[in-house]
Design a protein around this ligand. Structure first.
Ligand SMILES: Cc1cc2nc3c(=O)[nH]c(=O)nc-3n(C[C@H](O)[C@H](O)[C@H](O)COP(=O)(O)OP(=O)(O)OC[C@H]3O[C@@H](n4cnc5c(N)ncnc54)[C@H](O)[C@@H]3O)c2cc1C
Length: 328
């Protein structure tokens, strides 16, 4: 039971034996509010938010990597993207990890010392190895969520968080969305992902070599413990590891949930939603207040919306005051 109840803190990126009991609230919230799954998966949630934004006049440009922010004194004046294009901006809200933004998008000279301190002091969440796979038959005997515990638990976590090594014993989370939403699976088949906590890139493993090895180990464990005919039924697989989180999602250490949710890196102690250094730069996402996971990340966007409204109101008042003076 103790293992089972410590999984939610692991799934926001913390070592359960060191994460504040604050995160026990997740259980209370889930009991009260229920556990929700968006029909069509997380992608459907992203599509719906994009449509809402566009319906309100927003324009989205994809396939353009942000490479830098232009600044003037303590204001951000625009966004530079790959290919050299520059978008002027009154305000910038970044969804990329704040450490990545300060290290890569802003003038390093000014932040170098501060950032090195940050890098050393801040505790990072662990990495994730995720194997997405489909099967030719349906596994109706499996629920939407299954946790497969290894023989040990604390030892696995210490190996990952302290030694930054890949443990021999594995604890797995198996996701079968078709239990709730049958359309997530191919006709007559089934769709899953299985997730294993692993060290982040501070472990310096060669993930290109490890990915196929671990995929095989993890699927073998599932075959032994849950799905005896898995290899017979297996279709396509796709594996992502910390190198994907680093390269594709700009996670500085390839960690799954940005900085770890220790007490002194939780809630208001996470990266602030309003940059303390640039007046018109804001942050949303897992590394920021209030924290990782879809509800936390969506809440961070709500907080930024409030801050932007407040800040814009102030500047409008200031503007009026300036205009009044000019009039006098
Ligand atoms: C397998 C898995 C299962 C999960 N399950 C759950 C769950 O059941 N419930 C839950 O609440 N949470 C879950 N989570 C956690 C949740 O998905 C994350 O905490 C959340 O998506 C983080 O959101 P984010 O906006 O901070 O980061 P991201 O979703 O990574 O968004 C950051 C965005 O910034 C973009 N970006 C980065 N750098 C650049 C750049 N230079 N130029 C342009 N764009 C850039 C990236 O492309 C990306 O789209 C899960 C995570 C994983 C990996």
């Amino acid at each position: 039971m103790r293992r089972a109840f410590s999984v939610p803190s692991l799934l926001v990126g913390g070592h359960p034996f060191r994460t504040s009991s604050l995160y026990g609230l997740i259980h209370a919230l889930e009991r009260r509010g229920g556990v929700w799954f968006p029909k069509g998966g997380t992608g459907a949630l992203v599509t719906a938010l994009a449509e809402l934004f566009q319906r309100n006049g927003g324009v989205i440009r994809t396939r353009q990597d942000v490479t830098g922010l232009s600044v003037e004194n303590n204001r951000v004046t625009g966004v530079e993207v790959s290919g050299g294009q520059h978008y002027p901006a009154d305000i910038v809200v970044s969804n990329a990890d704040p450490l990545h933004v300060y290290e890569n998008w802003l003038p390093m000279k000014r932040w170098g010392k501060l950032l090195n301190g940050f890098r050393r002091r801040m505790k990072q969440s662990m990495g994730l190895l995720v194997v997405y796979f489909v099967t030719k038959r349906r596994y109706t005997e499996l629920e939407h969520h299954t946790i497969v515990f290894g023989d040990t638990f604390k030892e696995i976590l210490d190996t990952i968080f302290d030694d930054h090594e890949v443990p021999e014993d594995l604890s797995l989370y198996l996701h079968r969305p078709s239990a709730t939403d049958p359309e997530m699976a191919p006709p007559e088949g089934d769709a899953f992902y299985v997730l294993a906590p692993v060290p982040n890139l501070q472990g310096r493993q060669d993930w290109e070599t490890l990915e196929p090895q671990m995929t095989q180990n993890i699927l073998s464990t599932l075959q032994q413990r849950l799905m005896p005919d898995l290899f017979e039924q297996l279709g396509a697989t796709h594996t992502v590891s910390p190198r994907y989180f680093h390269a594709a999602l700009s996670s500085p250490f390839g960690s799954g949930f940005s900085i770890a949710p220790t007490l002194t890196q939780s809630a208001g102690f996470r990266y602030h939603n309003r940059s303390p250094h640039y007046q018109n730069l804001y942050f949303v996402g897992a590394g920021t207040h209030p924290g990782a996971g879809v509800p936390g990340v969506v809440s961070s966007a709500g907080v930024v919306e409030k801050l932007v409204r407040e800040d814009r109101a102030v500047s409008r008042e200031q503007l009026t005051a300036v205009q009044d003076k000019t009039a006098v």
